[in-house]
Design a protein around this ligand. Structure first.
Ligand code: ADP
Length: 268
């Protein structure tokens, strides 16, 4: 028996998720065979929300790890800690998930160092094991365990990418910003604003997305649109809300800010 409380990782309320295609059915089928899944798409387009929704729908605990470049294999797997009684092993989040039978979501795994990505290999093939080398233990993943990673294809360079030997262990689902109609629905729901306001915010986002590669690295994400809508629903004047939530986070370039401000002023 594991001493970790599995219920703390369960999602008790249904997360709001607006499906955009076949992703729910595809994920369910993949989970049925415990296929590792890669969610591909730009930042703020709904990947995390989707995993939360699927974990709720399948009634599985969810353990999410935001990966960064300083992350080492020990941060995922675990380490010995010193305390007054000597050393004590502490499982990392991946080990906890494998023991509990959780869905483990590694967000932006490509950010992590290569040695980190290699530790997931034996978990993502027929072995479904996780060697805790420092501890001398081989963890056999619980039958309900599944690994999910997110991946933003636009940021990848040759220097920093997942190896083919890693990529080819996953089934992949493509994500992108939804169609204007669906995105408007999401922004209205999440931001608590009227349809007409949400629609205008989405139009501004479309302008910015067309500038991607022409001075902007990324256009405005659905997440930023939700932020702007939330400010508006709290009584902030729409243009000020859009500048704060949509324009300022995106760029520091004065000309680009003027261009985006002009788009804001056209619609709001
Ligand atoms: P990602 O993980 O892709 O960076 P998130 O899942 O955090 O993005 O999405 C950012 C926000 O956008 C969410 O908190 C949610 O408010 C909203 N969102 C995006 N897509 C959807 C969707 N399909 N259904 C519901 N909310 C969505």
């Amino acid at each position: 028996m594991s001493e970790i409380d599995r219920t703390q990782y369960l999602i008790d309320q249904e997360p709001y998720y607006r499906p955009v295609g076949q992703e729910v059915a595809l994920y369910e089928a993949a989970y049925g065979v415990r296929m590792p899944i890669m969610l591909k798409g730009p930042t703020g387009c709904g990947k995390t929300r989707f995993v939360e929704y699927m974990a709720w729908r399948l009634g599985r605990p969810l353990i999410t790890v935001a990966c960064n470049e300083d992350m080492s294999a020990s941060d995922l797997v675990g380490r010995f800690l010193l305390d007054i009684n000597g050393t004590k092993w502490q499982d990392g989040p991946l080990t906890v998930a494998a023991r509990l039978g959780a869905i483990c979501y590694l967000d932006e795994v490509v950010e992590a160092r290569q040695d980190t990505t290699v530790v997931i290999h034996p978990l993502t093939d027929h072995r479904r094991t996780l060697p805790l080398e420092k501890k001398g233990e081989l963890v056999h993943a619980h039958p309900d365990f599944q690994l999910v990673i997110s991946y933003n294809p636009r940021y990848q360079s040759l220097m920093k990418d997942l190896k083919q030997s890693t990529k080819q262990r996953f089934g992949a689902i493509d994500f992108d910003y939804p169609s204007a109609e669906i995105e408007t629905e999401i922004v209205a729901h999440e931001g608590g604003v009227e349809h007409a306001i949400a629609e205008k915010l989405v139009q501004i986002a479309h302008r910015s997305r067309n500038l991607k590669g022409h001075g902007l690295d990324e256009g405005m994400s659905t997440r930023l649109l939700v932020y702007a809508a939330q400010l508006i629903s709290r009584g902030v004047e729409p243009r000020a809300a859009a500048q704060m939530a949509l324009v300022r986070p995106l760029t520091d370039d004065p000309d680009m800010r003027d261009t985006l401000d002009a788009a804001v002023n056209t619609y709001l």
